[in-house]
Design a protein around this ligand. Structure first.
Ligand SMILES: Cc1cc2nc3c(=O)[nH]c(=O)nc-3n(C[C@H](O)[C@H](O)[C@H](O)COP(=O)(O)OP(=O)(O)OC[C@H]3O[C@@H](n4cnc5c(N)ncnc54)[C@H](O)[C@@H]3O)c2cc1C
Length: 357
């Protein structure tokens, strides 16, 4: 008898892992609480080129809205630009999830409310009850699977807000305004619209003040809000695995989770028989990166404005190093490079080195 698999959540993690399992001959059932896949959108859809190039399910053209050729970083009026042709893409997140969901067996409008882990796993929803041999919790930051199955992973949550604004982008660059604990962003979407957002406490009032300050007067066409879960820990309990935001598979320095969700999905689909191998593979490939970036985040969040300015200036004066070593999907590469750089070492080296150990 083939294994019976239930996936809770039809976001990017749930639909992508579902698609990979389907290719392997399984018929997973996806349970999604919303009435439609891909709605509501709570994402800026900025992904590195590697996400698209390495995907096991190809991205169709209509999902990619725009090509990004670099980023300008700001600290107050101080700024610098990193250029790299075709470094990233802006995708339509709703269409991406829909694309990954094609051909899957999905019950929309059905929320999972509890689990029982006996000889089989019993899943109770708002409409029915199911049993399965493997359960994949792809149910986002507030994961019911994580809570009900008693995972020890305990995320820190950062609220986020984003507006889609009618405003013609001036270039194909992302504009990031440093503002701990994260940053404000302006991401070109179409020829006429931009995505403007912020992650941090009271994100809506911060975002409104930012729009005032920067005199961003375009009409707000859509308002989105969501949560970024950060942390590191247990992602497998016997026959139950967490994938995506439920597992805090999110880059700690930017909050980006699409790439990690997809890489984790690929590993989980390979290790369905013994899910402990999925946890091992995930931690082997991404554990050190996440732990380093969580430590850097701590430094960033507690840094004085004076030190933040000094670090920012070191980056500004060394853009060529950043252009050479920066990796959209692995942020620790750049931090490691700068931590061993004599100028940076003089400024914050000992603290950073201590944390990188
Ligand atoms: C404002 C914002 C901007 C972002 N921008 C980017 C970006 O530019 N690039 C990037 O890489 N990442 C970005 N992220 C992060 C990215 O959106 C997430 O990492 C990604 O969506 C994780 O996918 P997921 O499938 O794990 O979770 P989700 O996309 O949250 O999907 C979870 C699904 O599970 C469903 N669900 C939840 N509970 C239940 C239940 N009990 N029963 C049934 N269904 C349930 C939900 O309805 C949802 O459809 C952003 C996040 C926010 C908040």
């Amino acid at each position: 008898m083939p294994m019976n698999v239930i996936i809770v959540g039809g976001g990017v993690a749930g639909c992508y892992v579902g698609q990979l399992l389907r290719k392997k001959g399984f018929t997973p059932l996806v349970l999604e609480e919303h009435s439609e896949i891909g709605r509501p959108v709570q994402c800026s859809g900025l992904i590195g080129r590697e996400t698209v190039d390495s995907a096991k399910v190809p991205f169709p053209r209509h999902v990619i809205l725009r090509r990004i050729d670099g980023a300008t970083f700001y600290l107050g009026e101080n700024h610098f630009t990193i250029e790299r042709d075709n470094a990233a893409y802006v995708v339509d997140r709703g269409l991406l999830d829909k694309h990954f969901s094609q051909g899957l067996c999905i019950n929309c409008g059905e929320k999972v409310i509890s689990l029982e882990n006996g000889t089989q796993i019993t899943v109770t929803t708002t409409k029915d009850q199911y049993t399965c041999d493997r359960l994949l919790g792809c149910d986002g930051p507030f994961s019911v699977v994580r809570k009900e199955a008693g995972f020890s992973l305990n995320p820190s949550f950062y609220p986020a807000a984003q507006y889609i604004v009618r405003l013609a982008p001036e270039d194909d660059f992302v504009h990031l305004h440093v503002h701990p604990p994260f940053f404000f962003w302006l991401i070109p979407e179409t020829e006429e619209t931009m995505r403007v957002g912020y992650i941090g406490p009271q994100p809506v009032s911060h975002l409104n003040r930012f729009m005032e300050r920067k005199e961003i007067r375009g009409k707000i066409l859509e308002r989105q809000a969501g949560l970024i879960p950060l942390g590191y820990g247990e992602i497998v309990r016997k026959r139950i695995a967490l994938i995506g935001d439920s597992a805090c598979q999110v880059k700690p320095l930017t909050g980006g989770g699409i790439y990690y969700s997809m890489k984790a999905s690929e590993m989980a689909a390979q290790c369905l028989e013994d899910l402990r191998d999925y946890e091992k593979a995930w931690k082997k490939n991404f554990g050190t990166e996440i732990k380093i970036c969580l430590r850097i985040r701590k430094i960033y969040e507690t840094m004085s404005r004076k030190n933040l300015t000094r670090v920012f200036n070191v980056f500004r004066e060394n853009t060529s190093i950043i252009e050479t070593v920066a990796d959209f999907e692995r942020h620790s590469s750049i931090i490691k490079e700068f931590a061993t750089n004599p100028i940076m070492f003089r400024l914050v080296g000992s603290a950073v080195r201590e944390l990188l150990r």
